[in-house]
Design a protein around this ligand. Structure first.
Ligand code: N01
Length: 552
């Protein structure tokens, strides 16, 4: 991997920017590239000691993307996508981080990234229409625009268990994994959490640990990834078709191409035909393919039941101990309404003699002791290491950690007290010139994330370009447009099965967080068309303010 820690030389007038970007992950880097292309002076501030965001922090064993790498990659430069070689169907974390570092070098982005810098405060002054950004080092930066590219899953959350500080072993969170790695050989390890991170790491840790105890509160649906080495044929075919494939992905709800759109309801066919279709998707691997088996799996409970039961039966036939199998078979939410996991040998891992599953739904964790974990019932588990795969304060966590205010007295945390309010997931009323990349109210987290990042950043760059060209220096959404959008996002969610799950999409994993469905689930294709139409109508729903004439 290229040396990500070399510090760039600061530009001479770095405290006066056109655009300050918060975050140096996939979104922050593309924002630098795109906005610099408009001739703007930009700088990204990144808390990590290297670029890469999610892929910089999440170094846990088994971390890899669950969207195929030929799709999960930047599309903005054809030569880049032709040149880069993905060794496997799904990139591992080190491979994706290597790719991101390559992009940072190839497009000379590092000189506009300030590493090891966390933004603590951002204040908009309505008199001169500028943001003042304060870093954790006490630096102050002035910028006309602020682009929040701080990530949706970037605020790791360790549950507030009593006694954690007494634990004599080492503990870790998947999203803050030590760079030097962790050797679990010969240790008694506990993993708390069975979302995407837990499901990926459990089979790997099981191979090392003396004993692995998995503490499961909610069983999650997981499908086989069917990872495999990239073949020359697959790569050449995909690369030859790249422009058409990328364009086709824009016309899909998940911004992922290559899957035939379903045409029938699951209830229009008989059980034998349905099961054959699910079996074929199961063998193919990947989550989109499975959810694309029929038109109505995410909107019709009876249809969804057929797809859910098929996977439950797979779990029952894979896991030998039927009590464990029943615990692993999700029954409290329809498949796909929590983020569907992809795994390699997840269910098979529970057949190992050194792995046990503990149901902490029926008997919750009470506290951590010096030597392990104790449940409410008094049952205790002796552990040498404890791993929290307990997720993130999703979608709003990173922004709420920054003290975002305006000179008019608006405070973002207060504005979002009852749940996040945005227009298009990209701007907030009362907070002019602040853009969010894939914020709450956007479809970002429900799509191939890099496609959404590119779409959002392109839209934001076009909006800034429009302002510059028309001597405008302020853009903000009208309160009514924001409230109509939030209502629409909720109505769309309510027309689906998503609200039936207690997921991080709803803030349900954070005690006390408002239960509001945050992502837009009407589809990337519809969302993109809507954003484009709004821009074409002169930024309908936004108020754009002309620059005050300069007095002699
Ligand atoms: O986190 P999660 P994650 N006691 O929130 C449990 C992306 N991602 O890091 O469901 C006991 O999904 C919690 O239980 P419950 C992807 O978008 C992508 O795994 O709240 N358990 C749950 O089981 C993903 O959705 C990739 O009842 C507790 C788990 O911890 C998102 O990141 C890989 C608990 C948290 O699951 C987050 O995934 C990894 C408690 N007090 C992540 N508190 C890929 O691309 C929480 N839990 C492959």
């Amino acid at each position: 991997m290229p040396d990500a820690s070399s510090s760039p030389s600061p530009p001479p007038d770095k405290d006066q920017l056109d655009v300050a970007i918060v975050g140096g992950g996939l979104a922050g880097l593309y924002a630098i590239h795109r906005l610099r292309g408009l001739g703007l002076k930009v700088r990204a501030y990144e808390a990590g000691s290297g670029v890469g965001g999610t892929w910089f922090w999440n170094r846990y064993p088994g971390a890899r993307c669950d969207v195929e790498s030929l799709e999960y990659s930047y599309s903005f430069d054809d030569q880049l996508q032709q040149d880069w070689k993905w060794p496997e169907r799904y990139g591992t974390q080190p491979e994706i981080l290597k790719y991101i570092n390559h992009v940072a070098d190839r497009f000379d982005l590092r000189r506009d990234v300030q590493l090891d810098t966390r933004i603590k405060k951002a204040t908009f002054d309505g008199k001169d229409n500028r943001w003042t950004i304060v870093t954790d080092k006490g630096e102050t930066i002035s910028a006309r625009y602020c682009v929040m590219a701080a990530g949706n899953l970037s605020t790791p959350r360790v549950p507030d268990f009593k006694g954690l500080s007494d634990f004599k072993g080492k503990w870790y969170h998947t999203g803050l994994w030590p760079h030097e790695g962790v050797d679990f050989s010969g240790l008694r390890v506990g993993v708390i959490g069975t979302g995407s991170s837990g499901v990926q790491m459990i089979p790997i840790i099981a191979q090392q640990a003396k004993h692995l105890t998995v503490f499961q509160r909610t069983a999650n649906f997981s499908l086989p990834a069917r990872n495999m080495p990239m073949t020359v044929e697959k790569e050449s075919k995909h690369k030859a078709e790249y422009p058409a494939r990328r364009a086709a992905a824009m016309e899909t709800p998940f911004a992922i191409g290559g899957h035939a759109k379903p045409t029938r309801s699951a209830l229009e066919v008989d059980k034998a035909e349905r099961d054959a279709a699910y079996e074929s998707k199961w063998q193919e691997g990947g989550s989109i393919s499975y959810l694309y088996a029929y038109t109505d799996l995410l909107v019709n409970k009876a249809s969804n039941d057929t797809a859910s039961e098929f996977v439950r039966n797979k779990i029952r036939s894979t896991v030998k101990d039927q009590r464990t199998a029943e615990l692993l078979a999700p029954k409290d939410h329809p498949i796909g309404t929590k983020r569907l996991c992809l795994d390699t040998n997840y269910y098979e891992t529970y057949n190992r003699p050194n792995v046990s599953l503990v149901d902490v739904r029926s008997d919750a964790i009470d506290h951590v002791t010096a030597s392990g974990v104790k449940l409410k019932s008094g049952a205790s588990f002796e552990l040498d290491a404890l791993v929290f795969a307990t997720g993130f304060d999703a979608m709003t966590g990173a922004l709420n950690e920054i003290d975002v205010k305006t000179s008019d007295g608006a405070v973002l945390r207060d504005h979002w007290e009852g749940g996040p309010l945005t227009y298009l997931g990209m701007m907030v009323s009362g907070f002019p010139n602040m853009f969010i990349v894939t914020g709450p109210g956007s479809p970002g987290v429900k799509t191939q994330m890099i496609a959404s990042i590119e779409q959002h950043v392109d839209w934001i760059a076009d909006a800034i370009d429009h302002l510059q060209k028309h001597q405008l220096d302020r853009i903000e959404p009208a309160a009514e447009a924001e409230s109509n959008w939030v209502t629409h996002v909720n109505q769309v969610a309510d027309s689906t099965l998503y609200p039936l799950a207690n997921s991080w999409y709803m803030g349900a994993n954070i005690p006390g967080k408002p239960r509001v469905f945050m992502p837009y689930v009407g589809g990337f294709d519809r969302y993109k068309k809507h954003c484009d139409a709004i821009a074409a109508k002169g930024y309908e729903g936004f108020s754009l303010t002309r620059r005050a004439p300069v007095r002699a």
